[in-house]
Every structure is written in C-alpha cells, then in structure tokens.
Design a binder for this molecule. Sequence first.
Ligand code: NAP
Length: 311
Amino acid sequence: MTSHSEHQVRVVQLGGLMPFLREWLDERYAAPELADLGDPAGVVVAVAGGGAPVGAAEMDALPDLRAVANFGVGYDNVDVDEARRRGIAVSNTPDVLTDAVADLAAFLVVDVLRGLTAADRFVRSGAWARGERLPLTRDVRGAVVGVLGLGRIGTAAAERLEGFGAQVHYHSRSPKDVAWTYHPSPVELAAASDVLVVLTPGGAGTEGLVDAAVLDALGPDGYLVNVARGSVVDEDALVAALAAGRIAGAGLDVFADEPHVPEALLGRDDVVLLPHVGSATVQTREAMGRLVLDNVDAFLGRGELVTPVPD
Ligand code: NAP
C-alpha cells in the first residue's frame, strides 16, 4: 500500500476501474480513489471507467483537474461539453478493443440466426434427450446484415460477417468510402435488413435512435443486435415488439439500466443476453489499460493526451 500523504497526488481514480488497472495506477502514480483523497489541490488527471459518471459534481470536487482519461472507447459517461467549458481534456481507448468487440457483434449475429445459446439451453434442459426437436434456424450466408454506425467496430464486424457470406448494408450520418450499400436513415436500413447491428456511440445524439418505427421496419423475420449502448434502443419498444412477434429476436450486450435486464426478456428463448462483455478479454482489457496509462503519462509529461476524444 502506497502512502498518499508523502507526495503530491496528481492522479485520482473516479471508480468503475478493474482491479488490475487500480493496481497499476496505485503503483505508478499512488493514485487514490476520489473518496480517499484528502486535499484535492494539485490533482490534474482523473481516470474513469466502467461507465462511472464524470460530470460537474466530479469536476467541482477537483478544482485543478485538466484531463480525464476514460477506460473505454465509449465516453457517454463523461460530460464532454462541461469538461470543454472548463478546459478539461478527455481521452478514450479507441482501436485496441475494435477486434474483440467486432468479434462479439459477429458472434451475436450468428447466434441469433442459428439459435446457438437457445440450442445450448435445449440440451441442458434434457429436451434433446426426451426426443424433442428444435425448429430449423437461418443461414448467415445470404442474410442482409445492416450495420447502424459504420465506424471502427462496425466496419470490423461487417468484414467478419462478409466472411460468413452475409451481405452488408449500413447507415451512418454520412456515407463512407466502402462498397457496401448505404441507406439514408435507420428505418430504411432496418427495412432492408435481416439483422440490424447497432454500433453507434451512446449519449444524447443517439438516444432512442432504434425506436418502434425502426423495429417495425425490421419486421417479424428481423433480428436486432445491440453492442453499442442500451440508450440507443428504446428498450420498452423492444420488449413490446418481441412480445407481439413484431420482430423475430434480439442479441443484446448492453441495456438501458445495467446491470438490470428487463424481467420480460429473461424467460424468452428468442433473445441472447450478455452482461456487457464486448471488450472483456484479458488481452484487450490490458491493452485498454496500457492506453489509459499512456494518456496519463503523456498528459503529466507534456500536457497532451495520446488519444483525445474527437471534437
Ligand atoms: P466510432 O469509430 O466513432 O464509430 C461510431 C460510428 O457511429 C461512426 O462511424 C459514426 O459515423 C456513427 N454514428 C454516430 N452518430 C450516429 C447517428 N446518430 N446515426 C448513425 N450513425 C452514427 O466508434 P467505435 O470505436 O466503432 O465504437 C462504437 C461504439 O461501440 C462506442 O461508442 C461504444 O458505445 C460501443 N462499444 C461497446 C462495447 C461493448 O462492450 N459492448 C465496447 C466498445 C465499444 P457518422 O459520423 O458518419 O455518423
């Protein structure tokens, strides 16, 4: 245990961080948790993760704060406008998690089409041994996968799914320089898709982007996969659409009020429910941690972040 009283504390932990990263931060900077910080004077960098909120209250508590290093590529937990007003820089962890999250998105597409986790439950329940049969599922080859938010992860997921023989369509706010089919709105993309894969950022700009109209456009044979943020999908509308058979199923890694999953989804065999594990591999989480340290080092050393969030 490092004593925080013997040196000037320059880095603080804002919560939500994995144990290995807390150890790294403590070893390298003797960085305490905000709750254990005595005098906040001189704290220049705050490290946040796991969706821990960083807003005016946290910034008020740290009058000398100049930078927030966020563990995660999504930074909808950070009030970036408030940070900007106060001259506080913000970094995230892009690229290092793209492969892991794209893998997971592609796995969820395959799972909803082929019913893999439902088939696992079928075996475990003894239904197979009793001679029951599972319904046939759907080919990935030839399926139209609509990527909503064709960024780093969306593009990498699309490349994987092309390898399975899927046809890729997409919608982002602007068309990209790719050969895939662009649709000018989420509703038009959903109408063309067998599986709609959501990979936009969270936050105010995308809240409820997938609403009842998008789900109805996806239709009774269409599946929703959400690996972005729970806020991007109107969860009540999703639950209602599943209950009424207005969409065929869903694969969800993220939810509106994590770790709470709507009760109505828990008993459904047509949904795959994951506890926000898109980037949760040893290698990827360590790479994210290293990038957080690189940002802290760069900021303390030369007043610049390595991976600042875009303007
Ligand atoms: P990125 O490269 O910034 O891609 C996001 C894409 O979304 C951009 O290409 C952007 O394109 C598009 N977009 C933004 N607002 C939009 C809107 N209103 N409508 C349609 N498209 C919109 O980010 P990334 O690295 O791929 O990460 C994407 C997100 O994945 C993160 O922000 C995070 O929320 C989520 N994520 C989840 C997990 C997990 O564990 N489940 C892990 C990592 C990341 P335009 O600017 O052209 O619109």
